[in-house]
Write a protein that binds this ligand. Structure first.
Ligand code: B12
Length: 431
């Protein structure tokens, strides 16, 4: 909705689609690689062929081609209905197909996937439970024997019991993604006007912070899992993409890790461009480290500024201060890093609040700025705080660009103000 109400000159900067490969699917594909596996990036397919058949037909054509025994899909909140439709289509195509859902929304809100056409849920970092499920199906063992999943029994989703031990999917149980599954869509992984496609790589899973609006630390139950430097180096050497976007919630948590990683990148002569999420407080307290990363190839940084007001940062439990935004901008710009600063706008902003944010953003300009709407994603602390005030339960709108709560301003005016904000930045491209 921000896009619809934005001034014409702002529309270009508001991203209509996010670019990137499905790293989660690549990881689970790796877990079952001794089987016949097809990874299909539907989002990539529409980016490749904008007038491709509608999702239903696209899925049916794929099913006819590969005739699978199992169909699985990733479900994040805004994609829930698409995910359910994929699994419905598969079940109707062939009732013998076992349908499996995984991903963040499956983990945090399993009940939302309780429809007759979904057979199994694999919550959490599910590569090994997925593999066990596939092995059980192949051996015709009852799925009750697989721990850590939910299975459909009658109208109920029944948990099979806790896993025998914890899988550290960043370290001991890390699986190297095989990006060759995605060759077909490679050209679609280009961001903005950059002709080079980008790939994603994680150096960590989870987050040690606990911002009220964020799903990630909830998804990982507060765990923060760090990969080993040599494992990341090995992956970087395998990757034939020039641009690597680190998909961590925060790439710099462990200073020692990132410092060593960039020493090793230099030693190995790995020549790539990196995109990272770095907090403002981290940048302001480690300017030398940022300088080193910039020399090692760090080109773009995404920083969640969230708010220019300390009281709002406190409400969000951001554990950072507004004054650090300026310091962080100076550190990044001093190193020629293209900075994307993101603000979140609560639905109760009035004209004065928008004016104040607009003045602040104008006097703290960054290369790219993003302005999204504070959204109660199911499973978050913020959701619990405001759930009685939610007026729109259509999850397809839970993508930070729609207000699902009542706004203080008339809704059209709210979106108009949101749209105008997107003009406040230095850069001329969109990321
Ligand atoms: C990479 C990424 C993307 C990529 C790829 C998404 C994808 N479909 O895989 C792109 C750029 C396309 C993307 C787009 C969007 N994203 Co995104 N994205 C991420 C990011 C940065 C990393 C995810 C990741 O790769 N993690 C590492 C892998 C290994 O973990 P995983 O994906 O969770 O997969 C594991 C399990 O979940 C499970 N699993 C996953 N899928 C499946 C499937 C099956 C069958 C099984 C069994 C298991 C399973 O097993 C995997 C291996 O252990 C996260 C933030 C973060 N740091 O986590 C946001 C995040 C997931 N994205 C988010 C959002 C909101 C979006 C957008 C809606 C943004 C927008 N405004 O448009 C769009 C949606 C578009 C779409 N169609 O998906 C939110 C989701 C919030 C929520 N509650 O739903 C997150 C958490 C960011 C945030 N800070 O809030 N995103």
């Amino acid at each position: 909705m921000i896009l619809a109400s934005a001034p014409a000159e702002a529309k270009h900067f508001i991203h209509k689609k996010l670019i990137g490969p499905p790293l989660g699917l690549l990881t689970i594909a790796e877990a079952v690689k001794n089987h016949d596996v097809t990874v299909f990036d539907m989002k990539g397919e529409y980016d490749l062929i904008p007038n491709a058949p509608k999702p239903d037909q696209m899925v049916r054509e794929l099913l006819e081609k590969i005739n699978p025994d199992v169909v699985g899909t990733t479900v994040i909140t805004s994609e829930l209905y698409f995910g359910l439709d994929i699994l419905r289509t598969a079940k109707r195509f062939n009732p013998k197909i076992t349908t499996i859902a995984g991903g963040l929304h499956t983990t945090l809100c399993p009940q939302d996937l309780n429809i007759p056409e979904v057979d199994v849920l694999c919550p959490g970092q599910a590569s090994f439970t997925f593999r066990d499920t596939i092995n059980a199906l192949e051996a015709k063992r009852p799925l009750e024997s697989v721990k850590g999943i939910l299975i459909k029994k009658g109208a109920k989703l029944v948990p099979t019991g806790t896993l025998p031990f914890y899988f550290d999917t960043a370290d001991k149980h890390f699986l190297m993604p095989d990006r060759s599954h995605l060759e077909r869509w490679r050209s679609t992984y280009c961001v903005g006007n950059n002709p080079e496609p980008a790939t994603y790589l994680f150096t960590s899973l989870g987050c040690p912070f606990s911002c009220t609006f964020c799903s990630i630390w909830k998804e990982y139950d507060r765990k923060y899992l760090q990969r080993r430097v040599e494992s990341v180096i090995e992956e970087l050497k395998l990757i034939d993409y020039k641009i690597v976007r680190f998909s961590d919630a925060n790439t710099i948590v462990n200073i020692d890790f990132i410092d060593k990683l960039f020493d090793r990148i230099a030693e190995e002569g790995i020549d790539k461009h990196y995109v990272m999420d770095i907090r403002a407080d981290t940048a302001s307290s480690h300017p030398k480290l940022i300088e080193k990363l910039a020399k090692g190839g760090l080109k773009v940084v995404i920083t969640g500024f969230e708010s220019f007001r300390d009281e709002e940062l406190k409400q969000y439990n951001k554990k950072s201060e507004a004054k650090l935004i300026k310091q962080a901008i100076d550190v990044f710009h001093a190193n020629d890093i293209l900075l994307r600063g993101n603000y979140v706008v609560p639905p109760d902003y009035d004209e004065n609040d928008f004016k104040a944010l607009s003045e602040y953003a104008n006097s703290h300009k960054v290369t790219y700025a993003g302005y999204t709407i504070l959204t109660p994603m199911p499973g978050t602390v913020y959701y619990e705080e405001v759930k009685n005030r939610i007026i729109d339960h259509d999850y397809s709108k839970y993508n930070f660009f729609n207000s699902v709560m009542e706004t203080k301003l008339p809704i059209e005016r709210f979106y108009e103000n949101m749209g105008k904000l997107w003009l406040i930045k230095k850069g001329t491209d969109v990321i």
